[in-house]
Design a protein around this ligand. Structure first.
Ligand SMILES: Cc1cc2nc3c(=O)[nH]c(=O)nc-3n(C[C@H](O)[C@H](O)[C@H](O)COP(=O)(O)OP(=O)(O)OC[C@H]3O[C@@H](n4cnc5c(N)ncnc54)[C@H](O)[C@@H]3O)c2cc1C
Length: 371
């Protein structure tokens, strides 16, 4: 049996960020990952570091997201220093574009409600009318009526982020164990034994960060992870000259010039195939925003499955019955990566998630079900 201080199960953006943060805290970490047969949102997402709109219904989530976004510049620099990998962070604001007066009115009302919530640490967002938007973003179509803007929003290259997290983790002495699907977690005295693909990994602490795989693992260590898949599809256009200074919630231009159009929200179970009907709808809306993209060719499309809790907010928990076991899962693993590595990982290492993260316990879900 191989012995470690801590085993992180799941090597996506959540597990990768935590493993890196834990290795920085000086722990001897094993990072186990199932492999390509698993569902892996971290390899199929849209790459936004996104704040605006987050936290309606749970103010602490809005605060945590904003905190993560503020940590991002320092986090990107840290990863570049440790690994030489530039994750292409651009963070000077993002736009949510509206195509009718009703859409804009509803959007502004929702953001106003969000920032007025008790306990919400307010930040500024701007409502832009068509003229103000056109001044920032040339080339918008005639049916665009305006947008909301938040200066904290941005985007990055999520595949480079995943690569950088793994590289930084290994550079800090962490051990990545691919093709190690955790099948069973056993409690032995004060320690855990993870049974994975014929291997046995011993650790004093275990962190479940297996995305959709958490649902099966959590009950084994006295935790609850009622996560479900939600499909999102993305269209990739060929590279064009830079034309867009800000990411939109549904369209962005990467640092390499590629244009990405996203991002559907579908209940399709575990079906992660892409289809033309949904892509046609995404493309139609994108062309209403930027008619100039009409002649730019599509190079590919993909679909991936988000990891969603019943209320859409993260689940961060420490097992009461099996001390040393933790779970971390969320649907914005790019946005929250900086907070996961720099804030959450040290707290896990110390064995306490902290009072401010208590609202993210899965216990809130059983309380709301009972009520
Ligand atoms: C279309 C789409 C667009 C998105 N856009 C954004 C965005 O713009 N911004 C943003 O912040 N977020 C976005 N997200 C969400 C983001 O991608 C996820 O929050 C993040 O990737 C979740 O990471 P994860 O590590 O929890 O899960 P995953 O990436 O699913 O990783 C889970 C890992 O666990 C492993 N695993 C599973 N079971 C086991 C097991 N039993 N043993 C060992 N390993 C196991 C798998 O191999 C996998 O590598 C998007 C998601 C989708 C699908």
């Amino acid at each position: 049996m191989r012995e470690f201080d801590l085993a992180v199960i799941g090597g996506g953006l959540v597990g990768g960020a935590l493993a890196y943060g834990l290795a920085r805290a000086g722990r001897r970490i094993a990072l186990l990952d199932e492999g390509d047969v698993a569902f892996r949102a971290s390899r199929g997402n849209f790459g936004l570091v996104w704040v605006q709109g987050k936290g309606l219904g749970l103010a602490p989530y809005g605060n945590w997201t904003r905190h993560a976004a503020r940590l991002w510049p320092q986090f990107a620099r840290l990863l570049a220093d440790e690994t030489g990998i530039d994750v292409a962070l651009e963070q000077h604001g993002g736009l949510h574009v509206c195509l009718s007066e009703t859409e804009l009115t509803q959007r502004v009302a929702a953001l106003a409600m969000l920032v007025e919530q008790a306990g919400f640490e307010r930040y500024a967002f701007e409502a832009l009318d068509r003229a103000a938007l056109a001044a920032r973003v040339p080339g918008i179509g005639p049916t665009v009526v305006g947008a909301t803007y938040c200066a904290l929003d941005g985007h990055c290259n999520p595949l480079r982020l995943l690569r950088a997290l793994h590289a930084a983790f290994e550079r800090r002495g962490g051990e990545y164990l691919p093709l190690h699907k955790a099948e069973r977690i056993e409690r032995r005295g004060q320690r855990f034994v993870v049974h994975a693909a014929g291997a046995r990994i011993g650790a004093a602490q275990v962190v479940l960060a297996a995305g959709l795989g958490n649902a099966a693992l959590a009950p084994q260590v006295g935790l609850d992870a009622p996560v479900r898949p939600q499909r999102g599809q993305v269209i990739v256009l060929e590279r064009v000259r830079p034309f867009l200074a800000y990411p939109l919630s549904t369209l962005r231009q990467t640092d390499e010039g590629t244009v990405l159009i996203g991002n559907s929200h579908e209940d399709a179970g575990f079906d992660d195939s892409a289809g033309t009907a949904v892509c046609a709808t995404l493309a139609e809306r994108a062309l209403r925003i930027f008619p100039g993209l009409r002649d730019v060719r599509v190079t590919r499309t993909w679909a991936a499955l988000r990891v969603l809790s019943p209320d859409g907010f993260p689940i961060y928990d420490r097992s009461a019955s099996q001390p040393g076991a933790f779970i971390v899962t969320c649907h914005s693993g790019v946005t929250l990566a900086a907070a996961h590595a720099l804030e959450l990982a040290p707290r896990i290492a110390a064995g306490d998630l902290g009072a401010d993260l208590r609202p993210f316990s899965a216990r809130r879900l059983s309380v709301s079900k009972a009520a």
